[in-house]
Design a protein around this ligand. Structure first.
Ligand SMILES: C[S@@+](CC[C@H](N)C(=O)[O-])C[C@H]1O[C@@H](n2cnc3c(N)ncnc32)[C@H](O)[C@@H]1O
Length: 320
């Protein structure tokens, strides 16, 4: 039996403050691109009685739990939950007949529901199937990656997505061990990673398998590719005055968000022109100074928030 997921939305106050002004008008639409257990969405629905929610998640368990929470709060009639990967956002809005929306939230990565249930295979702490698919119907699991990728490709995934400095050693050990017997369980992989890194480094930087598991999860779910496609589409869908907020959990995600928002906030007048032309002006105004992290109180209450950073922006005009 699964235990009920304990859920603590990260940076909740700051996100509701950042998106609030865009959610206040009657009929405003919030797209929560990563609904999860609907923690942020519920806070915004509670605060803004005229707000409608379009909630996306590719995880059926998350959608079911979110639907139950939204119903318990009495907001079902204002919520539409959609099974989708968030880079399908333009199609989803099309199908719902929405040409623009007032707010978009991305709270990236895995939810406590996914992380805390060993049967989902995300956790290096407990034993479970080596799965890590957010959408259990997706074609490729972590076991497929671990058992079939060539050593060099595996090392690249661990180095780039996990920022793992022992990527080649770990990849070589995986390739050696999988020839004896394919990997099917998280515990065996976590143990092998621990054994593959120098003993002196095992004592620092948390669990030695943390970076490998993060890397595999990002690869299995194409997390960076989906973000790179979805964020520009979300900005396109924003009405003038509409706001986007993105919570990231590692530097690779944060870099994509930082660059995408900065590009929208930059004047594009060609340098050879003597004056700035309005049609080349910024389409976004940044609402955060850099990536904002949690305060001490939140950190004390929820250590998982430690690496969370939020960036937000407002659309100030339509692109020419
Ligand atoms: C960190 S949780 C969101 C938690 C949520 N803000 C809350 O307060 O309950 C991220 C959720 O987004 C979903 N998710 C991640 N990447 C996704 C993607 N590319 N498309 C759709 N859903 C995604 C995951 O399945 C997970 O349920």
């Amino acid at each position: 039996m699964s235990t009920p997921a304990v859920h603590v939305p990260v940076l909740l106050d700051r996100v509701t403050e950042l998106l609030g002004p865009a959610c206040a008008a009657e009929g405003a639409v919030l797209v929560d691109a990563t609904l999860g257990l609907a923690g942020h969405s519920l806070a915004l629905l509670d605060a803004h009685p005229g707000l409608r929610l379009v909630g996306l998640d590719r995880d059926p368990q998350a959608r079911a739990e979110a639907a139950a929470r939204i119903a318990a709060a009495g907001h079902t009639d204002r919520a539409t939950l959609v099974p989708a990967v968030f880079d399908e956002l333009p199609d989803v809005l099309d199908r719902l007949g929405l040409t623009e929306v007032q707010a978009v939230l991305f709270d990236l990565g895995v939810s406590s529901l996914q992380l805390d249930r060993p049967e989902r295979g995300f956790s290096y702490a407990g034993d479970g199937p080596l799965d890590m698919r957010m959408d259990p119907d997706a074609p490729r699991s972590a076991a497929d990656v671990v058992n079939t990728y060539p050593a060099a490709e595996l090392a690249r995934v661990l180095r780039v997505y996990g920022e793992e400095r022992f990527a080649s050693r770990i990849a070589a050990a995986i390739v050696r061990e999988r020839a004896r017997e394919p990997f099917t369980r998280t515990e065996r992989l976590a143990h092998l990673v621990r054994e593959s890194i120098p003993a002196a480094t095992r004592r620092t930087g948390g669990h030695p398998a943390k970076r490998t598991f993060q890397a595999l999860r990002i690869e299995v779910n194409d997390e960076l590719g989906a973000l790179q496609r979805a964020l520009p589409a979300a900005l396109d869908a924003l009405a003038v005055g509409g706001r986007v907020a993105v919570i990231t959990f590692h530097s690779l995600e944060d870099r994509i968000v930082k660059q995408t928002l900065a590009a929208g906030a930059t004047d594009r007048t060609p340098p050879e022109l003597p004056v700035r032309l309005p049609e080349y002006g910024p389409v976004l105004r940044l609402l955060t100074r850099g990536g904002e992290g949690p305060g001490d109180d939140e950190l004390a209450a929820n250590p998982r928030a430690a690496s969370a950073r939020v960036r937000a922006a407002e659309r100030i005009r339509r692109a020419a």
